[in-house]
Design a protein around this ligand. Sequence first.
Ligand code: PRP
Length: 204
Amino acid sequence: MPKGRIFEEAADLLRKAGYSLPDELSAGRKLIVEAKEAGMKFFLAKPMDVPTYVEHGVADIGVAGKDVLLEEQRDVYEVLDLKISSCYLAVAGLPGTKRGEVAPKVATKYPNVATQYFKEQGEQVEVIRLNGSIELAPLVGLAERIVDIVSTGRTLKENGLLELETMEAVTSRLIVNPVSYRMKDQQIDDIIHRLQQIIEEGQQ
Ligand code: PRP
């Protein structure tokens, strides 16, 4: 499970799907929490690291944002769109930022996504990798543009930045380790179906 803002929504979905999860899952600082009644053990990782734990098979399943999956390109099955934590990837910059500068700098937490995007656009850019607070980069002159997640748009607005290009819609996905899926197919399918039902009910 990813720590942070996706966590509560994902835990809520699991609870609605009938899994009894202990309170310490949300409240404490423990990184491994056993949910005995649900027959699950949770590892709490940084969102960007969830696919790594699943790819290596130490976790059978995981919850990861589409942004993270696009960036990390891990060998995992993406089996279900959980339709939570909706946001999107966008290019942003200060007002007046124009295309056509020679190799503009682009700051981002998603260097692979950004590189691929600008390549497809036929634009040559220099990608600078940062780990957070990406919106700071154009304000202090580290980069002309940023590639980042926009959710409410508040961070861009409060920092005087404009969205220049919308890139890709993002929601959280359920991911599965390919070997786990072969060995524990019934258990995993049961989780997928229970979650699927709740997601579909939520859409009606
Ligand atoms: C994310 C993202 C933006 C912000 C967008 O950052 O990188 O900065 O949220 O949300 P908004 O459109 O609702 O303002 P996060 O809070 O995850 O922290 P980070 O800057 O450390 O990556």
